[in-house]
Design a protein around this ligand. Structure first.
Ligand code: FES
Ligand code: FES
Length: 213
């Protein structure tokens, strides 16, 4: 089943092998704030310390290293949709609470909720959004099957479902419908397209396992 965060079970909050750790980032911002509290009135009138708490990080998104500025609290979802100079809005913001799955992206190949993950925790990891599933404009098997089987109505859940199915079928193209349902347990579709989505998953699985379209 899709993980709710990009962190493995038991993994501490600091990312492994990253350029910027969340703890270091927070300590830096906290230190700046503490410094502002102990300066005298003269200094307060003319602040010399930036309290913005923003810093530049580099995220590897869809194969490209992208520089952007984030705050410690910036989620990976907001980083993708708002903070990139060339924003990627395919990943959707719906609940912002880890409930709906609309914000699902791949982190090192695993489906995660990007609204539950801090951008700084994604430094040094491979992030793939729904746009990255068709890097040269050619849809992958899941995207083609979703179109063919009319797996989308309003479309808000569609990117998350497509990313989740792509991750599942990439690892297990012969996934049973039970396994498909389990993988999609965190992806909610208010329009009720599930039967179409299951048909799309079956067809994409057949194609990916060599059974033809
Ligand atoms: S927006 Fe992230 S789970 Fe709903
Ligand atoms: S197509 Fe509208 S929420 Fe799924």
């Amino acid at each position: 089943m899709r993980k709710k965060t990009g962190r493995a079970e038991g993994e501490k909050s600091q990312p492994i092998g990253v350029e910027v750790s969340r703890r270091g980032f927070l300590q830096g911002a906290g230190g700046a704030a503490a410094g502002a509290l102990i300066v005298g009135p003269e200094s307060r009138a003319k602040p010399t310390v930036s309290l913005s708490g923003e810093t530049e990080v580099k995220l590897k998104v869809n194969g490209d290293l992208r520089a952007l500025t984030v705050e410690p609290r910036t989620t990976l979802l907001d980083a993708l949709r708002i903070r990139l100079t060339d924003p990627l809005t395919g990943t959707k913001l719906v609940c912002d609470r880890g409930t709906c799955g609309a914000c699902t992206v791949l982190l090192d190949g695993e489906a995660v909720c990007s609204c539950l993950m801090l951008a700084v925790d994604a430094v040094g990891r491979e992030v793939t959004t729904v746009e990255g599933l068709a890097p040269d404009g050619e849809q992958n098997a899941v995207q083609r099957a979703m179109c063919k089987h009319d797996g989308s109505m309003c479309g808000f859940c569609t990117p998350g479902i497509t990313v989740t199915l792509s991750a599942l079928l990439d690892k297990n193209p012969s996934a049973s419908q039970g396994e498909v349902k389990e993988a999609l347990a965190g992806n909610y579709c208010r329009c009720g397209t599930y039967p179409h989505v299951f048909d799309a998953a079956a067809e994409a699985g057949r194609e990916l396992s060599g059974g033809g379209k």
